[in-house]
Design a protein around this ligand. Sequence first.
Ligand SMILES: NC(=O)c1ccc[n+]([C@@H]2O[C@H](COP(=O)([O-])OP(=O)(O)OC[C@H]3O[C@@H](n4cnc5c(N)ncnc54)[C@H](O)[C@@H]3O)[C@@H](O)[C@H]2O)c1
Length: 393
Amino acid sequence: MRKIGVGIAGYGFIGRVHAHAHRSIPLFYRPLPLQTELVGVSTASQASGLSAVQEAGFQFHTRSYQDLLQHPGIDIIDICTPNDTHFRICRDAILAGKHVYCDKPLALDAAEAAELAALARSSNVVCQMTFNCRFVPAIMRARQLTESGFLGQLTGFRAQYLHAGYIDAERKHTWRLSMARSGGGAIADLGSHAIDLVRFLTGSATGVERGGEWAAVSATLQTLIGERPNGYGQLTPVDVDDIAIAQVKLEGGAVGTLEASRLATGVQDQLVVQLHGLNGSISFDLMDPNWLEVYDAREPEAALGGDRGIKRIETVARFPQPYALGAVKNTVGWLQFHIQCLYDFVNSINSKEQGGPGSPYSPTFTDGLAVQRVIGAVQKSAANGSAWTPVEN
Ligand SMILES: NC(=O)c1ccc[n+]([C@@H]2O[C@H](COP(=O)([O-])OP(=O)(O)OC[C@H]3O[C@@H](n4cnc5c(N)ncnc54)[C@H](O)[C@@H]3O)[C@@H](O)[C@H]2O)c1
């Protein structure tokens, strides 16, 4: 197995997620053409660098991403830092001949992004964005459908990415609330995913060449919590949007709406994309990711509706091969349940050693026995013409 070294810049929320992904890939895919190996990590503080080494197994940590670029054992730079650093880390990495994997958004603004895109095109390295929402099986299935022309002429769409993470006005001010450091609020943070998904799904459906691009938008950006505590007893102004709403015209003539919010009380991670074409419609909701709702308007109408209606396609975790860990029929997130169960077991060992109560969730062997007894009773009943059969306890 050929290995390729990775240097991750930034080890905050998403840096850990990327590190987890690198470590997990060899277990998920068979055959695996190339294995990434965590070599170095650059962080703003010594403490987070040390955590990264301890938690994810990097060989070294540094406070300068330049050290990652100069390391001969690192061929990939994985960018998980605040948005205002993306441009210079991307640029320097490409110029250093490293492959680049950059989390969204690419940069602070279009000018920076254009420079990076041009640099990437003229280089020999692979440069890719982390638009992870494309890789939900239901979205991949939606793309198959739109590419096959299922929708017919696209007429409209609705894209929403709603969070409630900032409804607490006491939530601390961070780089995400500063225009200079983030390049935008909800629109850059959440809107970027929604915009990418609409582009990903409608390129061919609009009848325009792939990249049937957004032609025009009419938007409202609203900041409702104008300042937040900075952790030093003061309030710092918020100069990015909490909520973004836009009407959109696509080049192919379809119109749609985009909504991104960090103040959508009552939701968690609600990314909804609905596409309407003359032949049908497709609807996806990240909160219910095992299903893609599909409506085929070409089905004949009949009294009481006939068979016409919304079909829910069970996309679950049907990733294409070489995806090989767990059954493809498992629900999205199924593997995470196993990770949690294993964690519970390890935690129980620890708790027992400390004389603690253990976890209330831990399935014991007694639980296993109880289940076994029920199974036996069921089998016995079935063998006896469904007779009432007691379960031993
Ligand atoms: N794709 C997704 O689902 C997703 C989700 C969350 C965040 N993101 C993106 O990931 C990036 C980071 O977000 P986050 O939530 O992890 O932020 P974060 O604030 O949790 O972490 C940022 C990390 O970068 C480090 N850092 C800051 N400046 C640095 C520098 N110059 N060099 C090296 N490290 C530096 C900080 O110490 C911190 O560890 C952002 O671009 C964000 O948009 C993507």
